[in-house]
Ligand binder design. Structure first.
Ligand SMILES: NC(=O)c1ccc[n+]([C@@H]2O[C@H](COP(=O)([O-])OP(=O)(O)OC[C@H]3O[C@@H](n4cnc5c(N)ncnc54)[C@H](OP(=O)(O)O)[C@@H]3O)[C@@H](O)[C@H]2O)c1
Length: 326
């Protein structure tokens, strides 16, 4: 088969479409003929040599895919060769075939095209596990997501609206904020021109956000704590603004607030399977009835993953950039 390899870490040109051995599904795994994968921000870090795959994972990049089941490994039940699926991966999605633990497979939802289903696993699992399983966003609460037009942001807006939350977003351009508004966002904040703490307070009569989903880490830590409501929950999933920040513990205590931080990729298989099962139970019906949809900016050839990485690196996209196999 062909896969994107990274012979030497570096810029987008480090991604090489190469002939490599086919993966063999092990115990409890399924072999998938990949139709599409999608670019995640983490893939850029892996390409640069800053984010190695966890032990046992494929060396090739790609944290999700869609395709058809080509073979079942030993001990797999409940799936059939030919099934159309999408999957959460620890790596290996930028390839024509990938071996996937069966617990990380999802059927392609009704109403969703097979290729576009590649846009779903990483964002649905990350948003559902953080915003709902950990931060317990409830109807009527105010939810702030930073980077509202990102792959994560576009799914977070839709899921939070689907449960009846009031949604605030930050984004860097008017065009992106307009798109977030079309997806249902109620409070639009341009992070280049406005102070999100002031704006969220203004929009909530001084109360603040009950739940914040944060991609920035250190740079926003202090401001996120100030933007939280009493009993607020800050869920950190990204470090685009650095890894080490200073925390005002007094401010956190006085709000009786909580901060969590999680990474999906390195979690044990049983935890990933539990997240995937919860997503299938709670998110898949919303996709099937059209209340929630994958947001795809564009589809590009997987063999030219370098061009797709340039788009994401320059933030030239809204939602997800797909990589389609030949
Ligand atoms: N922990 C996990 O398990 C996990 C899983 C998946 C993703 N993530 C993280 O989630 C984040 C989003 O991932 P993605 O793949 O969806 O990325 P993406 O589509 O590339 O989006 C990155 C976003 O960052 C926004 N941004 C840049 N500077 C900002 C600032 N100063 N304030 C607010 N937003 C800013 C961009 O907004 P503009 O385009 O408007 O500038 C863009 O929306 C990344 O940090 C990623 O690492 C974490």
């Amino acid at each position: 088969m062909h896969a994107i390899t990274i012979p030497e870490p570096g810029g987008p040109e480090a991604l090489v479409w190469d002939e490599v051995p086919d993966p063999v599904p092990g115990e409890g795994e399924v072999l998938v003929d990949v139709v599409a994968s999608a670019v995640n921000r983490a893939d850029l870090l892996q390409r640069q040599g800053h984010y190695d795959p966890p032990p046992g994972a494929s060396r090739y990049p790609g944290l999700e895919c869609s395709g058809r089941i080509a073979a079942l490994g030993p001990g797999v039940s409940g799936w059939t060769v030919g099934d159309q699926v999408c999957a959460l991966l620890a790596g290996g999605g930028y390839a024509e075939k990938v071996a996937v633990p069966a617990g990380q497979l999802l059927p392609v939802p009704e109403n969703v095209d097979l290729r576009q289903a590649a846009a779903l696993p990483e964002v649905t699992c990350t948003v559902w596990s953080n915003v709902f399983m950990v931060a317990h966003l409830r109807p009527g609460e105010t939810f702030l997501v930073h980077g509202g037009s990102s792959g994560i942001g576009t799914m977070a807006i839709q899921l939070a609206k689907a449960v009846g939350a009031k949604v605030a977003v930050t984004a860097g351009t008017k065009e992106k904020l307009d798109y977030c508004s079309e997806l249902g966002a109620d409070i639009l904040i341009n992070y280049r021109e406005q102070d999100f703490v002031e704006e969220i307070k203004r929009a909530t009569d001084g109360a603040g956000a009950d739940v914040i989903l944060d991609n920035m880490g250190a740079k926003y830590l202090d401001r996120n704590v100030r933007a939280l409501a009493v009993s607020g929950r800050l869920a950190i999933i990204g470090m685009q603004g650095g890894v080490k920040g200073e925390l005002n513990i007094g401010a956190l205590m006085s709000k009786r607030a909580a901060i969590t931080a999680t990474s999906l990729r390195a979690r044990p298989l049983d935890e990933k399977a539990a997240v995937v099962a919860a997503v299938r139970e709670h998110v898949w019906p919303l996709l099937a009835d059209g209340n929630v949809r994958p947001v795809v900016d564009r589809e590009m050839p997987m063999s030219d993953a370098a061009a797709a990485h340039r788009v994401v690196e320059e933030s030239g996209h809204i939602g997800k950039v797909l990589l389609v196999t030949p």
